[in-house]
Write a protein that binds this ligand. Structure first.
Ligand code: MNH
Length: 454
């Protein structure tokens, strides 16, 4: 193939590794994208990765007839955790479609309506702690809330997140295994495992612990025949098209998958939205007045009333534009083809879409860094080409939890806006932490009950 733009190769053998900080691979690649354009290549330890971030080219990669999800080396590193669960499964593994069909009813409108009271009750637990006022650690609190939400709505399992001083040990073990997987993805394939015997042992112990917690979650529901949540569907229903059930191994992998995928990303999305609200007083005022108008004081919103917060939803959409918290997905050619009339790909070759770079493409205007929820007004949505906004990935393997996440996050933002004065620390400079997902590191809010009399 013709040579692609690439960063200067400082050391011939190990590629441009000096341009990569193991802590910020996404933000480093965003810088490269800004310099090198819609398609480029970077080499890390001899492994060459093609990045495709231009709007027209990503639209092409979104063609489901010519491209499909690729399980990247980074995702492969999560297989000890997720096995052939939905996120880490290869397209051709039978458990992917089986689980996809079995779990679809858990994301129907009816199911979401069933989860709503639980989501609201968990939000009220957060309010109880914020009512004390003072400084709150945003990402920590959002993580408690979203983990509790997926645990209880999906599996009838509570981590008692708001009742304990320290996070549940499941959380610490999970965070360590994610960090381990990220480290493995960046280290040289041969030296990495040798350097980190101890880390590998720790990781094995963490994995065993995670699997044991999950085995308990299943055991608690062994004699329950309900099909009202993710676990009920997995234990008590079969794939409609084949009559096949999921095996126990796969159910354990799905539970871990959903506990991780179902909370990390939503927590980050909520945290970035709160960061931008605190940073943009005009946006905050508009969002707050919408909630007051649509929900009234002391809200007890129904399922239907959440979707009525149009502006709050745009705040969330815009936060996910600037910082899509699951920042990349990969596409693999199913046939020999040419991307965007420019970049030839052989069947089997794959390319990475760096979503924050796509979301700063010129189609977003000449000031893509500015936070402007009105980008998502109906008129401006209509004026934009398709396939330029992909925070939830694309095609058949796109996020199954999208509606779940958007409902939960809109509900929570509405409740917080309704109840509190939100003040960020003016001296805080946004620092984006990368742990496979993105979060605003160290961002705190000063919260106090609103004075409704004024
Ligand atoms: Mn989610 C896949 C982003 C919330 C469960 N999710 C994906 C993908 C992206 C993504 C991007 C596609 C990855 C790929 O192509 O390799 N997800 C998000 C974001 C949020 C989110 C930005 C919140 C905001 N995700 C959720 C929630 C759940 C969930 C909530 C569960 C309740 N996501 C999944 C699962 C997959 C997935 C499961 C894998 C789907 C599949 O391949 O079949």
């Amino acid at each position: 193939a013709t040579a692609l733009p690439h960063p200067p190769r400082r050391i011939p053998l190990i590629g441009d590794v000096l341009g990569v900080s193991p802590k910020t691979p996404v933000q480093d690649s965003m810088r490269h994208a800004a310099e090198l354009g819609p398609v480029f290549e970077r080499k890390v330890f001899g492994r060459s990765i093609v990045f495709v971030n231009g709007a027209e080219m990503v639209a092409d990669l979104s063609d489901e007839k010519r491209f499909a999800k690729h399980v990247t080396p980074a995702i492969s590193n999560l297989r000890p955790l997720g096995g052939d669960g939905l996120f880490t499964a290869h397209n051709e593994e039978p458990n992917w479609r089986r689980a996809h069909e079995i779990l679809a009813p858990a994301f129907s409108r009816n199911a979401m309506q069933r989860y709503h009271p639980t989501m609201l009750a968990i939000t009220r637990q957060l309010l109880d702690t914020w009512d004390r006022g003072g400084e709150v650690d945003v990402a920590d609190d959002m993580t408690k809330l979203t983990l509790e939400t997926i645990g209880r709505t999906g599996f009838g399992y509570s981590f008692s997140s708001f009742e304990r001083a320290e996070p549940h040990p499941f959380v610490a073990a999970m965070v360590r295994t994610l960090r381990h997987a990220q480290r493995m993805a960046i280290q040289p394939p041969v030296i990495g495992p040798l350097l980190s015997r101890k880390a590998n042992q720790r990781n094995e112990a963490d994995l065993a612990f995670l699997h044991s917690v999950v085995a308990d979650v299943i055991e608690a529901r062994r004699n329950d025949t309900s099909t009202e949540d993710l676990l009920g569907l997995m234990l008590n229903t079969t794939q409609p098209s084949t009559g096949e059930a999921l095996d126990e191994d796969n159910i354990r992998h799905q539970i871990i998958t959903f506990l991780v995928a179902g909370h990390e990303t939503t927590s980050g999305a909520l945290s970035f939205a709160l960061y931008y609200l605190a940073r943009n007083p005009d946006v905050l005022a508009r969002a707050q007045s919408e909630v007051d108008k649509v929900w009234g004081a002391n809200p007890d919103p129904s399922y239907e009333e959440v979707a009525k917060l149009r502006y709050v939803r745009r705040v969330l959409d815009e936060a996910l534009r600037l910082w899509p918290t699951a920042p990349a997905f990969a596409r693999q050619a199913q046939v020999d083809t040419v991307v965007g009339g420019e970049y030839p790909m052989r069947k089997g070759q794959w390319a990475l879409v760096l979503i924050p770079a796509l979301h700063r493409d010129p189609v977003w205007g000449d000031d893509p860094e500015s936070f402007d929820p009105d980008r998502f007004s109906p008129e401006r949505n209509r004026a934009r080409p398709a396939h330029v906004y992909k925070p939830f990935g694309t095609g058949e393997r796109a996020c199954i939890g999208r509606q779940f996440a958007l409902h939960e996050a809109t509900l929570v933002l509405g409740m917080l806006l309704s109840r509190y004065e939100l003040r960020g620390d003016p001296s805080y400079r946004l620092k984006v932490q990368e742990l496979l997902t993105l979060k605003p590191e160290g961002f705190k809010l000063e919260v106090s009950l609103r004075d409704r009399a004024s």
